[in-house]
Design a protein around this ligand. Structure first.
Ligand SMILES: NC(=O)c1ccc[n+]([C@@H]2O[C@H](COP(=O)([O-])OP(=O)(O)OC[C@H]3O[C@@H](n4cnc5c(N)ncnc54)[C@H](O)[C@@H]3O)[C@@H](O)[C@H]2O)c1
Ligand SMILES: [Zn+2]
Length: 370
């Protein structure tokens, strides 16, 4: 078995490694015992991931004689709630886990965000390890220390910055991930190329088929995505500046997710895919970016099985004014002007804090019918 790829996140006392490779969940017991001797573990996971991936983790922990409790939650975004965090915290306390013990977040971004947040608050902060099992979690949510849950008032409105102690991204976990979820995670991989790494975008164009087929390019794509995320986290851990570039496509995307009720009609990555195309198209419309690049981006995302147009969202979309309300709800509004991540072209995204709501509304109105 080839050595795992490793990305280091040098955050001083909170520095940690991200490992990307095969069989990491089977070997997690041995890895954890060597890195963090004498700890006990609370595994937090969801029912789908428990069915497919939990046995491998548990066998490895048992083989090393590591004590563990298991907390299995329902799968889905609605699990990312304050109520569920309370349940996890109580279960961790009921299992008599102490401050020096470790929470293992085994699952996609929902479990990573929720378990990380529980770890941040239980006993005033326990350590946690991310064991991401979705592509989205492996390339994005497990890295960077943003944890939290949703409120009835909106997504991710409750949370804390709490960095993991280690991230083990097991490539074998992706074998049981539904293909639609894989494609949705891939949108976030493409995002890193579009933000500031044109060469990575071109590399993805060449290696997309191999990445989807599970060849060696898959590990490389994940490692390059983790390095990119790490760069932004190091530059701006608490998102007061450049880390906001990671929101490329997300203001449109979140509004579309809200408009479809955060349901299966549109997965997060699918909203981001459409959102990135819209961000490029809008930038081109404003004369900021070359128009022909929008088509190139659209073609790449479509080849990956992702939607790129509003019309591809099943069902009826709410009116443009309802979408505009959702855009204004997205926490990036300052005194009536909208903040958007716009672009001068592939790999040249920038933060624009002065976008006219009327220009966006007119643009959306026109895009609905194209
Ligand atoms: N913290 C951050 O920086 C950050 C960044 C991006 C996204 N997020 C959050 O991440 C969440 C989305 O993450 P996600 O797309 O991973 O969603 P998810 O956790 O809901 O996982 C998607 C689905 O795939 C299933 N699944 C996951 N791994 C599997 C596997 N190996 N085999 C079979 N099924 C598997 C899950 O049970 C779920 O049904 C959102 O809540 C979003 O806000 C957080
Ligand atoms: Zn995202």
């Amino acid at each position: 078995m080839p050595d795992p790829l490793r990305v280091h996140v040098p955050l001083g006392e909170r520095a940690y490694d991200i490992e990307i490779g095969h069989g990491l969940l089977d070997r997690a017991g041995a890895t954890l015992k060597a890195r963090f001797p004498g700890r006990r573990y609370g595994i937090v996971t969801d029912a789908s991931v428990a069915e497919h991936q939990l046995p491998r983790l548990v066998r490895g922990l048992d083989a090393e004689g590591l004590q563990h409790a298991e907390i299995v939650l329902p799968a889905g975004e609605s699990t990312k709630s304050f109520t569920r965090v309370g349940e996890v915290v109580d279960a961790v306390l009921a299992a008599r886990l102490e401050r020096g013990d470790i929470i293992l977040a085994l699952g996609g971004g929902v479990i990573g965000d929720l378990a990380g947040f529980a770890a941040a608050i239980v006993r005033r902060g326990m350590g946690f390890v991310q064991l991401p099992t979705s592509l989205l979690a492996q390339v994005d949510s497990s890295v960077g220390g943003k944890t939290g849950v949703n409120s009835p008032h909106g997504k991710n409105l409750i949370g804390a910055f709490h960095q993991p102690m280690l991230v083990l991204a097991d490539l074998d976990a992706l074998d049981t991930l539904p293909p639609r979820q894989f494609a949705a995670g891939y949108a976030e991989v493409v995002k890193y190329g579009l933000i500031d790494d044109e060469a990575f975008f071109f590399w993805l164009e060449e290696h997309r088929a191999e990445i989807f087929a599970g060849g060696p390019a898959r590990a490389e794509a994940i490692a390059r995505a983790c390095s990119a995320k790490t760069r932004f986290v190091l530059a701006d851990e608490k998102e007061t500046g450049v880390r906001a570039l990671l929101n490329l496509g997300h203001t449109f995307g979140h509004a579309l997710e809200a408009a479809t009720g955060f349901s299966d009609r549109l997965l997060h990555g699918e909203g981001v895919s459409i959102g990135m195309v819209l961000a490029h198209a809008f930038s081109a419309r404003m004369g900021l970016a070359p128009g022909q690049e929008t088509g190139r981006i659209e073609q790449h995302l479509a080849a990956a099985g992702l939607p790129t147009k509003l019309a591809q969202i099943p069902g009826t979309l709410p009116s443009t004014s309802v979408l505009m309300d959702a855009i204004a709800q997205d926490k990036k509004v300052v005194r009536g002007a909208l903040t958007f991540i716009l672009t001068h072209g592939i790999g040249k995204a920038f933060i624009e804090r002065n976008v006219e709501p009327a220009a966006i509304a007119a643009f959306i109105e026109e895009q609905r019918s194209s």
